[in-house]
Design a protein around this ligand. Structure first.
Ligand code: AHR
Length: 500
């Protein structure tokens, strides 16, 4: 197959924010306990955090990290996680049918964030709680001194405020599975009240209101409109969540999941801009795509209701998907979609980070390793700088049952002031290579380097038994001549091309 791209550094979509490469850590399964936090592990520091995991998270290149959930947050009492660890209560986590020991809370998580060098994005519980508790958490986290909760924070070991800027107003409040689920009217009013109150305490916040929990929800579109009609003036972002998996062995559609993500983003932007038009507002609402990934959710749905009613384990193995090369190529395609919407998607969080649908896996007392999905994320986070460029794409197409005929490749490009250009390419063809020519107008590119992920076996994965089966590889076919780059992409592959 063949494809042709034309790039011009003058034609930009928008700045690529670091927040586009965010992550998500939920109190779920072995994410925190036996994932990032394992006192007694040979690499653990005195704080109990595994340093091998810290190193991998740094290598991954995640910016802001959303915490503590997810579905978990809708039943969470943040007060349970502060103060002397020995005094903290054990609680039932209804979202994941587990016991929460509260040994990691806000202070410990911030300690870990300082180790990995990431920013905190904090979610408040708008499921079982409301405005007073959100205000109490904000006072505890951000008021420097002179109030009871600021003093409590200092007594708990942190005199300096956490200074959290980015806050999520609940999680997936449209979902029937969510504790305290609301309809759009009720949630819109609650979110607006909460946001308004929080801003009275701290004007500098960036607030994310919940959009639909997926594009497939029956109320999708109406939910966004109604919620924003109530909360438009009070918030900065609306969230999108999307998970993809191959259905009935249909890999052609799965690899093209970015087409669905594109349509999702366009629909939410259109809805937000509709509300803006009706309100005659100057302000624009951006998207926080704060849960996205490949997730074999159908496997979870099949076992979810089979747990014995009286069984509430601590840190069980939940949602521990093992990712293949095809999954990584799909994740690469989703990153391309996010970059191509850099003007409106200004924050995003890969869901999740460690063990739970994570790019990083751990074994208690044993090693930590990188899943296949680690590689497209880390390369994109490292190479995507400056602004996303408008990519003019002229490509053969491949048929897909779910999305119709789609371009055989997906492509995004970024360019920064210092002159560094990067192009990200996904070959969706299941069996054939695709030769791509990239014409770079107005840029004197000389050397080109191409690195990515593909394999003769698209189901190959990294596991405890074989943690380095799959990694990135160089593509030596890339050449450059007279401002035109030519590269041949293997079938089912994702590649980052950079220049010097
Ligand atoms: O990431 C797993 C779960 O998916 C999150 O807890 C929830 O927000 C979503 O439904």
């Amino acid at each position: 197959a063949r494809a042709r791209l034309t790039l011009d550094p003058a034609f930009t979509i928008g700045a690529v924010r670091r927040r586009l490469f965010g992550g998500f850590v939920e109190h779920l399964g072995r994410h925190i306990y036996d994932g990032i936090h394992e006192p007694g592990h040979p690499t653990a520091g005195p704080d109990g955090f595994r340093r091998d995991v810290v190193e991998l998270v740094k290598q991954l290149g995640v910016s802001a990290i959303r915490y503590p959930g997810g579905n978990f947050v809708s039943g969470y009492q943040w007060e349970d996680g502060v103060g002397p660890a020995a005094d903290r209560p054990r609680r039932l986590d209804l979202a994941w049918h587990s016991t929460e020991t509260n040994q990691v809370g806000l202070h410990e998580f911030q300690t870990w964030l300082d180790l990995v060098g990431s920013e905190l994005m904090l979610a408040v519980n708008l499921g079982t709680r409301g405005v007073p508790e959100a205000l109490a958490l904000l006072e505890y986290a951000n008021v420097p001194t002179g109030t009871a909760r600021a003093a409590q924070r200092a007594a708990n070991g942190r005199a300096e405020p956490f200074g959290v800027r980015m806050w999520c107003l609940g999680n997936e409040m449209d979902g029937p599975w969510q504790l305290g689920r609301r309809d759009a009217e009720d949630y819109g009013k609650l979110a607006a009240m909460t946001a308004n109150a929080m801003r009275q305490l701290d004007r500098d916040l960036e607030l994310v209101v919940c959009g639909s929990s997926s594009r497939g929800m029956p109320t999708f579109g109406t939910w966004e409109r109604v919620v924003l009609e109530h909360a438009y003036d009070e918030v900065d972002y609306i969230s999108c969540h999307a998970y993809y998996e191959p259905r009935d062995g249909d890999y052609a559609s799965f690899l093209a999941s970015g087409v669905d993500m594109d349509a999702f983003i366009d629909a939410v932007v259109a809805t937000a801009d509709h509300v803006r038009a009706v309100k005659r507002a100057d302000k624009r609402i951006d998207i926080s795509f704060d849960e996205w990934n490949v997730w074999y959710a159908s496997r979870w749905n099949a076992v979810e209701d089979t747990f014995p009613a009286d069984h509430w384990p601590i840190a069980p193995r939940l949602l521990e998907d093992v990712y293949s090369v095809a999954d990584a190529v799909t994740v690469g395609g989703l990153l391309i979609s996010l970059l191509n919407h850099a003007d409106r998607v200004t924050s995003a969080s890969l869901a999740q980070l460690v063990n739970v649908i994570g790019p990083i896996m751990t074994e208690p007392g044993g090693p930590a390793w990188r899943q296949t999905t680690f590689f497209p994320f880390s390369l994109t986070s490292r190479l995507a700088r400056g602004s996303a460029l408008r990519v003019q794409l002229d490509a053969d197409t491949v048929p897909t049952p779910a999305h119709g005929d789609v371009p055989v490749i997906a492509a995004a490009a970024t360019f920064d002031e210092a002159g560094s250009l990067a192009v990200f390419l996904q070959n969706r063809h299941l069996t054939e290579p695709t030769t791509v020519t990239i014409s770079v107008r107005g840029l004197a590119v000389t050397a080109v380097r191409a690195e990515g992920i593909w394999d003769d076996d698209m189901h190959a994965a990294n596991t405890l038994a074989n943690p380095e089966r799959v990694g990135t590889r160089a593509n030596p076919s890339a050449t450059v001549e007279d401002g035109t780059v030519t590269i041949t992409l293997p079938p089912v592959s994702w590649t980052a091309v950079s220049f010097s």
